[in-house]
Design a protein around this ligand. Structure first.
Ligand SMILES: [Ca+2]
Length: 304
Protein backbone atom coordinates (compact mmCIF):
# COMPACT_ATOMS: atom_id res chain seq x y z
CA UNK A 1 0.00 0.00 0.00
CA UNK A 2 1.19 3.47 -0.66
CA UNK A 3 -0.31 6.89 -0.49
CA UNK A 4 0.63 9.50 -3.03
CA UNK A 5 -0.49 13.03 -3.56
CA UNK A 6 -0.50 14.05 -7.16
CA UNK A 7 0.71 11.84 -9.96
CA UNK A 8 3.24 13.24 -12.33
CA UNK A 9 3.94 11.62 -15.64
CA UNK A 10 6.75 13.22 -17.58
CA UNK A 11 6.72 14.61 -21.06
CA UNK A 12 5.62 17.14 -23.49
CA UNK A 13 2.63 19.18 -24.06
CA UNK A 14 -0.68 18.80 -22.33
CA UNK A 15 -0.66 20.27 -18.83
CA UNK A 16 -3.55 19.86 -16.48
CA UNK A 17 -3.81 21.88 -13.33
CA UNK A 18 -6.09 20.39 -10.78
CA UNK A 19 -7.02 22.26 -7.66
CA UNK A 20 -8.44 20.97 -4.44
CA UNK A 21 -8.07 17.37 -5.44
CA UNK A 22 -5.97 14.94 -3.54
CA UNK A 23 -5.39 11.48 -4.83
CA UNK A 24 -5.48 8.53 -2.53
CA UNK A 25 -3.65 5.49 -3.81
CA UNK A 26 -4.32 2.02 -2.60
CA UNK A 27 -2.91 -1.31 -3.63
CA UNK A 28 -5.17 -4.09 -2.49
CA UNK A 29 -3.46 -7.23 -1.28
CA UNK A 30 -6.38 -8.87 0.41
CA UNK A 31 -9.86 -8.05 1.47
CA UNK A 32 -8.88 -7.94 5.14
CA UNK A 33 -6.14 -5.46 4.57
CA UNK A 34 -8.38 -3.67 2.13
CA UNK A 35 -10.92 -2.91 4.83
CA UNK A 36 -8.15 -1.53 7.01
CA UNK A 37 -6.89 0.48 4.10
CA UNK A 38 -10.31 1.91 3.46
CA UNK A 39 -10.59 2.97 7.09
CA UNK A 40 -7.15 4.50 7.01
CA UNK A 41 -7.87 6.18 3.71
CA UNK A 42 -11.04 7.70 5.05
CA UNK A 43 -9.13 9.11 8.00
CA UNK A 44 -6.48 10.48 5.69
CA UNK A 45 -9.16 11.71 3.40
CA UNK A 46 -10.70 13.87 6.09
CA UNK A 47 -7.32 15.01 7.36
CA UNK A 48 -6.40 16.17 3.90
CA UNK A 49 -9.75 17.60 3.01
CA UNK A 50 -9.02 20.79 4.87
CA UNK A 51 -5.90 21.39 2.79
CA UNK A 52 -5.79 23.06 -0.54
CA UNK A 53 -3.41 21.31 -2.82
CA UNK A 54 -2.52 22.03 -6.38
CA UNK A 55 -1.25 19.14 -8.45
CA UNK A 56 0.27 19.66 -11.86
CA UNK A 57 0.27 16.89 -14.40
CA UNK A 58 2.12 16.78 -17.65
CA UNK A 59 0.83 14.11 -19.96
CA UNK A 60 2.02 12.82 -23.29
CA UNK A 61 0.10 14.29 -26.18
CA UNK A 62 -2.23 11.71 -27.66
CA UNK A 63 -4.50 12.41 -30.60
CA UNK A 64 -7.71 10.47 -30.81
CA UNK A 65 -10.20 9.52 -33.49
CA UNK A 66 -13.74 8.70 -32.35
CA UNK A 67 -14.60 5.21 -33.61
CA UNK A 68 -17.66 4.16 -31.59
CA UNK A 69 -20.12 6.03 -29.39
CA UNK A 70 -23.59 6.08 -27.96
CA UNK A 71 -25.11 9.38 -26.87
CA UNK A 72 -28.28 7.60 -25.74
CA UNK A 73 -30.56 9.79 -27.81
CA UNK A 74 -34.04 8.38 -28.23
CA UNK A 75 -37.55 8.51 -26.92
CA UNK A 76 -38.20 8.42 -23.19
CA UNK A 77 -38.76 4.85 -22.07
CA UNK A 78 -37.05 3.31 -25.10
CA UNK A 79 -34.56 0.48 -24.78
CA UNK A 80 -30.90 1.17 -25.52
CA UNK A 81 -29.91 0.72 -29.19
CA UNK A 82 -29.88 -3.04 -29.81
CA UNK A 83 -27.25 -2.66 -32.53
CA UNK A 84 -24.87 -1.49 -29.81
CA UNK A 85 -26.00 -3.16 -26.59
CA UNK A 86 -27.38 -6.46 -25.39
CA UNK A 87 -28.56 -7.47 -21.93
CA UNK A 88 -27.34 -9.81 -19.26
CA UNK A 89 -30.47 -11.30 -17.70
CA UNK A 90 -31.02 -13.08 -14.39
CA UNK A 91 -28.91 -13.73 -11.33
CA UNK A 92 -25.86 -15.23 -13.03
CA UNK A 93 -23.77 -17.98 -11.54
CA UNK A 94 -23.33 -17.19 -7.83
CA UNK A 95 -24.63 -13.66 -8.33
CA UNK A 96 -22.42 -13.05 -11.37
CA UNK A 97 -19.46 -14.48 -9.49
CA UNK A 98 -19.74 -11.88 -6.73
CA UNK A 99 -22.72 -12.99 -4.62
CA UNK A 100 -24.69 -10.05 -6.00
CA UNK A 101 -28.34 -9.94 -4.92
CA UNK A 102 -30.15 -8.42 -7.89
CA UNK A 103 -32.00 -10.00 -10.79
CA UNK A 104 -31.02 -8.25 -14.01
CA UNK A 105 -33.85 -7.55 -16.41
CA UNK A 106 -34.34 -5.70 -19.69
CA UNK A 107 -37.55 -4.05 -18.47
CA UNK A 108 -37.82 -0.29 -18.93
CA UNK A 109 -38.24 0.06 -15.17
CA UNK A 110 -34.63 -1.14 -14.87
CA UNK A 111 -33.08 0.20 -18.08
CA UNK A 112 -34.30 2.88 -20.44
CA UNK A 113 -33.46 6.07 -22.25
CA UNK A 114 -34.82 9.15 -20.52
CA UNK A 115 -35.64 11.17 -23.64
CA UNK A 116 -33.01 13.81 -22.88
CA UNK A 117 -30.00 11.86 -24.11
CA UNK A 118 -29.29 9.77 -21.06
CA UNK A 119 -29.28 6.06 -20.36
CA UNK A 120 -30.84 5.27 -16.99
CA UNK A 121 -30.11 2.01 -15.17
CA UNK A 122 -32.27 1.72 -12.06
CA UNK A 123 -31.81 -0.66 -9.15
CA UNK A 124 -35.06 -1.39 -7.32
CA UNK A 125 -35.96 -3.11 -4.08
CA UNK A 126 -38.68 -5.48 -5.22
CA UNK A 127 -39.37 -9.19 -5.20
CA UNK A 128 -38.69 -10.64 -8.65
CA UNK A 129 -38.13 -14.28 -9.66
CA UNK A 130 -36.75 -15.18 -6.26
CA UNK A 131 -34.50 -12.14 -5.91
CA UNK A 132 -35.05 -9.20 -3.58
CA UNK A 133 -33.76 -6.56 -5.98
CA UNK A 134 -33.82 -5.84 -9.70
CA UNK A 135 -31.48 -3.87 -11.89
CA UNK A 136 -29.85 -4.01 -15.34
CA UNK A 137 -26.55 -4.80 -16.97
CA UNK A 138 -25.87 -4.02 -20.63
CA UNK A 139 -22.86 -4.94 -22.74
CA UNK A 140 -21.38 -4.55 -26.20
CA UNK A 141 -20.33 -8.22 -26.31
CA UNK A 142 -20.38 -9.54 -29.89
CA UNK A 143 -21.41 -6.04 -31.06
CA UNK A 144 -18.29 -3.99 -30.39
CA UNK A 145 -14.89 -4.79 -28.95
CA UNK A 146 -11.54 -3.09 -29.33
CA UNK A 147 -7.96 -3.49 -28.21
CA UNK A 148 -6.30 -0.24 -27.09
CA UNK A 149 -7.59 3.31 -27.29
CA UNK A 150 -9.48 5.71 -25.08
CA UNK A 151 -12.70 4.46 -23.50
CA UNK A 152 -14.75 7.17 -21.85
CA UNK A 153 -18.18 7.63 -20.27
CA UNK A 154 -19.90 10.58 -18.61
CA UNK A 155 -21.84 9.23 -15.68
CA UNK A 156 -23.78 10.33 -12.62
CA UNK A 157 -23.55 7.43 -10.23
CA UNK A 158 -26.09 6.19 -7.67
CA UNK A 159 -25.27 5.87 -3.98
CA UNK A 160 -26.33 4.18 -0.77
CA UNK A 161 -24.91 1.23 1.16
CA UNK A 162 -24.72 -1.93 -0.95
CA UNK A 163 -25.16 -0.15 -4.30
CA UNK A 164 -22.40 -0.96 -6.80
CA UNK A 165 -22.33 0.97 -10.10
CA UNK A 166 -19.73 0.07 -12.69
CA UNK A 167 -18.36 0.98 -16.13
CA UNK A 168 -15.99 -1.81 -17.10
CA UNK A 169 -14.74 -4.20 -19.73
CA UNK A 170 -14.07 -7.89 -20.24
CA UNK A 171 -11.88 -9.65 -22.78
CA UNK A 172 -14.00 -10.57 -25.79
CA UNK A 173 -12.39 -14.02 -25.74
CA UNK A 174 -14.18 -14.80 -22.45
CA UNK A 175 -16.22 -17.71 -23.84
CA UNK A 176 -13.14 -19.61 -24.98
CA UNK A 177 -10.80 -18.22 -22.31
CA UNK A 178 -12.70 -17.93 -19.03
CA UNK A 179 -12.26 -15.12 -16.54
CA UNK A 180 -9.83 -14.05 -15.21
CA UNK A 181 -7.53 -15.25 -18.01
CA UNK A 182 -9.55 -13.18 -20.51
CA UNK A 183 -8.84 -10.05 -18.46
CA UNK A 184 -11.07 -7.43 -16.85
CA UNK A 185 -10.55 -3.68 -16.90
CA UNK A 186 -12.71 -1.73 -14.45
CA UNK A 187 -12.81 1.90 -15.50
CA UNK A 188 -15.21 2.96 -12.75
CA UNK A 189 -16.52 1.08 -9.76
CA UNK A 190 -17.98 2.69 -6.68
CA UNK A 191 -19.27 1.57 -3.32
CA UNK A 192 -22.50 3.41 -2.71
CA UNK A 193 -21.58 3.83 0.95
CA UNK A 194 -18.50 5.83 -0.12
CA UNK A 195 -19.83 8.25 -2.73
CA UNK A 196 -16.66 10.35 -2.75
CA UNK A 197 -14.41 7.49 -3.86
CA UNK A 198 -14.08 5.76 -7.24
CA UNK A 199 -11.94 2.77 -8.10
CA UNK A 200 -10.02 1.70 -11.19
CA UNK A 201 -8.79 -1.89 -11.42
CA UNK A 202 -7.57 -4.75 -13.51
CA UNK A 203 -8.29 -8.40 -12.82
CA UNK A 204 -6.18 -11.05 -14.50
CA UNK A 205 -4.66 -14.49 -13.89
CA UNK A 206 -3.14 -14.53 -10.41
CA UNK A 207 -4.55 -11.15 -9.44
CA UNK A 208 -8.33 -11.24 -9.47
CA UNK A 209 -11.15 -10.65 -6.99
CA UNK A 210 -9.70 -9.39 -3.69
CA UNK A 211 -6.20 -9.51 -5.20
CA UNK A 212 -6.97 -7.25 -8.14
CA UNK A 213 -4.63 -4.42 -9.00
CA UNK A 214 -6.69 -1.47 -7.83
CA UNK A 215 -6.42 2.19 -7.02
CA UNK A 216 -8.92 4.52 -5.41
CA UNK A 217 -9.41 8.16 -6.27
CA UNK A 218 -11.23 10.46 -3.88
CA UNK A 219 -12.94 13.81 -4.21
CA UNK A 220 -12.16 16.00 -1.23
CA UNK A 221 -14.90 18.52 -1.80
CA UNK A 222 -17.54 16.60 -3.64
CA UNK A 223 -19.43 13.39 -4.20
CA UNK A 224 -19.59 11.42 -7.39
CA UNK A 225 -23.34 10.89 -7.08
CA UNK A 226 -24.29 14.56 -7.11
CA UNK A 227 -23.08 15.37 -10.61
CA UNK A 228 -21.74 13.90 -13.83
CA UNK A 229 -18.09 12.91 -14.01
CA UNK A 230 -16.02 11.62 -16.90
CA UNK A 231 -14.42 8.25 -16.27
CA UNK A 232 -11.83 7.11 -18.80
CA UNK A 233 -8.89 4.92 -19.57
CA UNK A 234 -6.22 5.39 -22.17
CA UNK A 235 -4.91 1.96 -23.02
CA UNK A 236 -1.92 1.09 -25.15
CA UNK A 237 0.66 -1.64 -25.44
CA UNK A 238 2.07 -2.10 -21.95
CA UNK A 239 0.02 0.47 -20.06
CA UNK A 240 -3.46 1.45 -18.93
CA UNK A 241 -3.91 5.04 -17.70
CA UNK A 242 -6.95 5.81 -15.54
CA UNK A 243 -8.61 9.22 -15.49
CA UNK A 244 -11.41 10.96 -13.63
CA UNK A 245 -12.42 14.25 -15.24
CA UNK A 246 -9.17 14.12 -17.23
CA UNK A 247 -7.09 13.81 -14.06
CA UNK A 248 -4.68 10.88 -14.30
CA UNK A 249 -4.80 9.01 -11.02
CA UNK A 250 -3.28 5.69 -11.94
CA UNK A 251 -1.08 4.00 -14.52
CA UNK A 252 -0.94 0.21 -14.56
CA UNK A 253 1.86 -1.55 -16.46
CA UNK A 254 2.96 -5.19 -16.75
CA UNK A 255 5.42 -4.60 -13.90
CA UNK A 256 2.52 -3.73 -11.59
CA UNK A 257 0.59 -6.99 -11.89
CA UNK A 258 1.51 -10.20 -10.10
CA UNK A 259 0.67 -12.45 -13.05
CA UNK A 260 0.37 -12.46 -16.81
CA UNK A 261 -0.42 -9.21 -18.60
CA UNK A 262 -3.55 -10.07 -20.60
CA UNK A 263 -4.46 -6.62 -21.98
CA UNK A 264 -3.39 -7.14 -25.57
CA UNK A 265 -6.63 -8.22 -27.22
CA UNK A 266 -10.12 -6.70 -27.78
CA UNK A 267 -12.39 -6.02 -24.82
CA UNK A 268 -16.12 -5.23 -24.78
CA UNK A 269 -17.90 -2.67 -22.59
CA UNK A 270 -20.34 -3.23 -19.71
CA UNK A 271 -22.53 -0.81 -17.75
CA UNK A 272 -24.41 -2.02 -14.70
CA UNK A 273 -25.65 -1.30 -11.20
CA UNK A 274 -25.32 -4.25 -8.85
CA UNK A 275 -26.94 -4.54 -5.43
CA UNK A 276 -24.98 -6.30 -2.70
CA UNK A 277 -22.09 -8.62 -3.42
CA UNK A 278 -18.51 -9.04 -2.32
CA UNK A 279 -17.34 -5.56 -3.24
CA UNK A 280 -20.00 -3.59 -1.37
CA UNK A 281 -21.70 -5.87 1.16
CA UNK A 282 -25.41 -5.87 1.87
CA UNK A 283 -27.69 -2.90 1.40
CA UNK A 284 -29.15 -1.65 4.67
CA UNK A 285 -32.56 -0.47 5.75
CA UNK A 286 -31.14 3.00 5.19
CA UNK A 287 -30.27 2.41 1.55
CA UNK A 288 -32.64 4.54 -0.49
CA UNK A 289 -34.29 2.74 -3.43
CA UNK A 290 -34.75 3.09 -6.32
CA UNK A 291 -31.19 4.13 -7.22
CA UNK A 292 -30.35 5.20 -10.77
CA UNK A 293 -27.13 5.53 -12.72
CA UNK A 294 -27.36 8.14 -15.49
CA UNK A 295 -25.03 7.75 -18.46
CA UNK A 296 -24.77 10.71 -20.81
CA UNK A 297 -22.52 8.95 -23.32
CA UNK A 298 -19.96 6.27 -23.96
CA UNK A 299 -17.20 7.04 -26.44
CA UNK A 300 -14.40 4.89 -27.80
CA UNK A 301 -11.40 6.36 -29.58
CA UNK A 302 -8.39 5.02 -31.42
CA UNK A 303 -5.07 6.77 -31.35
CA UNK A 304 -4.25 8.54 -34.61
CA1 LIG B 1 -26.23 11.96 -24.15
Amino acid sequence: MYISIGNIINTKSQVLIVKKRIMISINIKSRTSFLKIVSFSMVLFFLLSSCEKEAVQTLPEREWTLVWSDDFNGAAGASPDNTKWSFDIGTGNNGWGNAELQYYTSRSSNVQLDGTGKLVITARSESFSGAGFTSARIKTKDLYAQAYGRFEARIKTPSGPGVWPAFWMLGSNIDATPWPQCGEIDIMEQRGQQPSITYGSVHGPGYSGGNAKTKAYGLTNGRFDTDYHIYAIEWGEGYIDYFVDDFLYQRITPEDVTGQWVYDHPFFIILNVAVGGNFVGFPTSGTPFPQSMYVDYVKVFKQK
